[in-house]
Write a protein that binds this ligand. Structure first.
Ligand code: SF4
Length: 375
């Protein structure tokens, strides 16, 4: 189920918490659109002739692209790889870009899914995060998207900001649920080194994120979403039954994906590669036909660890029979031994040959996965 990821590394302004590769400028946007198409074409053999199942425009802010630019990239991708007739084609969008004219034009394209970076319906939180949009724009973005016929919508929410108490978090969730959209992603605010947020906290200008609040607000969203019939299919993702993000699900199931654009990552089960995180260097290398990525061939141990890391985060869990088949008896024995402790502690639950994180375990997913790794 091949997936194509397109990274658009431009934003109107930098959010305080952001550590994605993007710059607060639209300079070079035309050059990047052309270079991405060159990169797509030069990887025509990446999926060995299998057609694309998903295309995902992420960033950065893909909604800064014109509809013509989006169409151009999609046309090039389809001409290069072919596409499944039921492919999922997603564009990430910021609320301030979802105005009538852009949405109306987008609704005439083959794009069939929108992922909207709402983050919060409260101005106080949006100012804290340094988002460019307002709470009103967040609401009208969703309303406009629905008006123009987009039924497959996801919105992102952030919790555990110092500006957001538990009551306000419940109101934010209820606001999101009131639109009856099929998919909601919720991320705890994390302070990444080198971000403006990190600097402000170190300088004492902003309060530190409280671990207790992270746990409480994570529990709140798990409870609310379950009550409303959403499946918690990945630690940060909730969907109505069968309305998962097919593109992201393919990452978590170890499918092949090609990432194009500066800083984009690619994976085919055996090789992982990542493009240079620098716009000028990327453009120059693509123009001159030189290497624009670093590449790592995965050892069997790394492939196993990759599987554990991704599968454990999902509601389908880690499958010991699958491990036995794909990696062999030694790996299955190692896994069964390492699973004993988290099982005893109630951090992992067993369903036949599958091992799934409990709600408590979801708070410590990375640490638990690390305990299951082979070094
Ligand atoms: S819009 Fe997204 S990518 Fe751009 S700065 Fe904000 S969080 Fe980062």
């Amino acid at each position: 189920m091949p997936g194509l990821y397109i990274h658009i590394p431009f934003c109107r302004q930098k959010c305080h918490y952001c550590n994605f590769f993007s710059i607060a400028s639209k300079k070079y946007i035309n050059e990047i659109v052309q270079a991405i198409q060159t990169e797509v074409r030069s990887n025509s053999g990446f999926f060995n002739g299998s057609p694309l199942n998903t295309i995902y425009f992420g960033g950065g802010t893909p909604s800064l692209l014109s509809i013509n630019q989006i169409n151009e990239i999609i046309d090039t991708a389809i001409a290069t790889f072919g596409i499944d007739p039921n492919a999922e084609i997603t564009v990430e969008a910021n609320p301030d870009d979802l105005i009538n004219s852009w949405l109306q034009a987008l609704s005439q394209t083959v794009v069939n899914r929108l992922s909207i970076g709402v983050q919060s319906f409260r101005n106080e939180d949006l100012t804290y995060l340094n988002r460019v949009h307002s709470a009103n724009q967040a609401e009208s973005a969703i309303q406009n998207a629905l008006k123009y016929g987009f039924k497959n919508i996801s919105i992102d929410l952030i919790y555990a900001m110092p500006t957001l108490d538990n009551e306000q978090w419940i109101e934010n969730i209820n606001r999101a649920l009131s639109y009856n959209i099929p998919h909601i992603s919720a991320y705890a605010l994390t302070v990444e080194p080198g971000t403006a947020l990190d600097l402000f906290i170190k300088k004492g200008k902003y309060k530190q994120v409280e671990e207790e609040k992270v746990a409480e607000q994570f529990q709140i969203i798990m409870t609310s979403m379950a009550k409303s019939g959403y499946e918690h299919y990945e630690i940060s993702n909730f969907a109505l039954p069968d309305r998962y993000s097919r593109h992201n699900k393919s990452y978590w199931s170890g499918e092949s994906y090609l990432g194009c654009g500066p800083s984009a990552h690619s994976y085919n089960g055996f090789i992982r590669r990542w493009n240079v995180s620098n716009i000028s260097n990327y453009l120059k290398a693509v123009r001159e036909g030189t290497t624009y990525y670093e590449l790592e061939e995965l050892t069997k141990n790394q492939q196993f660890n990759e599987y554990i890391m991704t599968a454990l985060r999902t509601m389908w869990g880690v499958d010991t029979e699958f491990v036995k088949k794909l990696f062999g008896n030694d790996f299955a024995t190692h896994l069964n031994n390492q699973l004993k402790k988290p099982l005893e502690l109630g951090l992992i639950l067993q369903k036949n040959q599958k091992f799934i994180l409990s709600d408590q375990g979801k708070l410590f997913a990375d640490g638990i996965a690390a305990e299951l790794f082979i070094s």
